[in-house]
Design a protein around this ligand. Structure first.
Ligand SMILES: [Zn+2]
Ligand SMILES: [Zn+2]
Ligand SMILES: [Zn+2]
Length: 443
């Protein structure tokens, strides 16, 4: 801005402000009469505004013309002079008004230009600050661990809570390869466990007058008498029974003999029955009649009439709750296990799909294997993520830490399929299961 411009601005400002004030005071129709008269008294010494002068001159001219029109002859020299004087004043006022108007216009455009500059400046500062904020947020997000971000921003669902603890894999392919090899090892172990005859096991049941230690000592003395180097593994079961697992043929034969002699409270453990899952079973069919129906309708099975009523015993229903067909998990007479798997099985108007059922029952309160939640003895439910009791997974205080398995202590969820404890439990069950003779010839 040049100095000349500033000077002109300073000169025009007082004039313009006076003009503006006069405009407002003159044009405002709401001002009370008393105030207006007061303001005229105050402004007596001040220079008269062009508007007032114009109005005064106009009213004077009108009055004069009206008065002179009644006189004869009209318009004497004095009156004409006075009128011309007023007309001159009028012209002066008009030129003053024009000047004031021009000055106002100038000020208006100047302040508009100034405002535009300010708005542009404000927008520039705003966008600069926005960019700085975005950069700050980006660096903050980068510096915080991914797990924490997930934990705070994502809703507290089961998947999100458990995802937090999972390690971010450095190499997805390496991780997948490890999973695959684990899965293959598990499948191999389970396959080995189900092949061959069921594992021999014996049970020592303590009585009121003979506790488990007394039974154990008695058994040990009897065994030592007949075999100087027995190979045995024993476990004390949950129900207080002692489970004896002979590891070689001599010991097995000896234990069988002891069992038959009915000493030491020892009995041979009966092998477990294998299980099959029957899908597409008519929902209307009574599960008690399933065994008979299968025997009658599937003659290739060659079911002995003695076995017909119970060679298939439904254990529990599974699958969808509604629909035409249902799924049943049944324990099977080992004699018919292989045939049921190999042959097409028809029940009523449907062909059933028969598959192996080796799944381990897992309790959803304590996450241990071998019992459903209905038979759980624990009072407080355990957390599936950290294995501690007293809170649900959604409120887990260790959500940001890796998970801990309730069964093997490994860093995976207690429901992980590849858990080593699960595989061991399942393999143990399969070893104790009698799958009958394998099919004699491929069908
Ligand atoms: Zn339980
Ligand atoms: Zn927890
Ligand atoms: Zn585990």
């Amino acid at each position: 801005m040049s100095s000349a411009h500033i000077a002109s601005d300073e000169e025009s400002t007082p004039d313009a402000s006076v003009t503006l004030d006069s405009f407002i005071s003159e044009l405002s129709p709401r001002q009370p009469a008393t105030k207006r008269s007061g303001s005229t008294v105050d402004a007596a010494n001040a220079p008269m505004s062009p508007v007032k002068r114009t109005k005064d001159a106009l009213s004077f001219i009108t009055l004069m013309v009206g008065e002179e029109a009644t006189k004869k002859p009209p318009f004497k020299v004095d009156a004409v002079r006075a009128l011309l004087g007023k007309v001159g004043e009028l012209q002066e006022s008009i030129s003053d008004l024009l000047a004031a108007n021009a000055s106002l216009n100038g000020r208006l455009s100047e302040s508009r230009a100034q405002n535009a500059g300010l708005v542009a400046q404000f927008a520039a500062v705003l966008s600069e600050r926005e960019a700085a904020c975005a950069a700050k947020i980006a660096t903050a997000l980068k510096s915080r661990p991914v797990t924490e971000v997930l934990h705070t921003s994502a809703p507290q669902t089961f998947a999100n809570v458990t995802r937090v603890g999972r390690k971010k894999s450095r190499s997805r392919s390496r991780n997948t390869a490890r999973q695959k090899s684990k899965s293959a090892a598990r499948a191999k172990k389970l396959l080995e466990s189900r092949s061959g005859p069921p594992e021999e096991a014996f049970v020592v049941t303590p009585t009121a007058d003979k506790d488990v230690t007394a039974c154990k000592n008695e058994l040990w003395s009897v065994i030592k008498k007949h075999n100087s180097a027995p190979r045995i593994h024993s476990i004390v079961g949950k129900s207080g029974r002692l489970i004896i697992k002979p590891q070689d043929k001599e010991t097995t034969d000896l234990l069988k003999k002891i069992g038959r002699s009915k000493t030491c409270n020892l009995t041979a453990d009966t092998p477990l029955l294998p299980r099959l899952r029957f899908d597409h079973v008519d929902r209307e069919i009574d599960p008690k009649e399933l065994s008979d129906l299968v025997a009658l309708q599937n003659l290739e099975l060659n079911v002995d009439p003695v076995d017909a009523a119970d060679f298939i015993s439904p254990v529990f229903r599974t699958g969808p709750m509604e629909g035409v067909s249902a799924s049943w998990v049944c324990s099977i007479n080992p004699k018919y296990y292989s045939s049921l798997l190999a042959l097409p099985i028809f029940v009523g108007l449907m062909r059933c799909q028969v598959t192996k059922f080796d799944r381990v029952t897992q309790c959803y309160r304590c996450f241990r294997f071998g019992h459903p939640v209905a038979y759980c003895k624990e009072v407080d439910a355990a957390c599936v993520h950290c294995a501690k009791a007293g809170h649900l997974v959604a409120d887990c205080p260790s959500a940001s830490l890796p998970p801990r398995c309730a069964n093997c202590g490994g860093s995976h969820s207690a429901t992980d399929v590849l858990c080593s404890a699960r595989t061991a439990f399942q393999a143990n069950l399969l070893r104790r299961t009698d799958f009958g003779a394998p099919p004699s010839a491929p069908l």
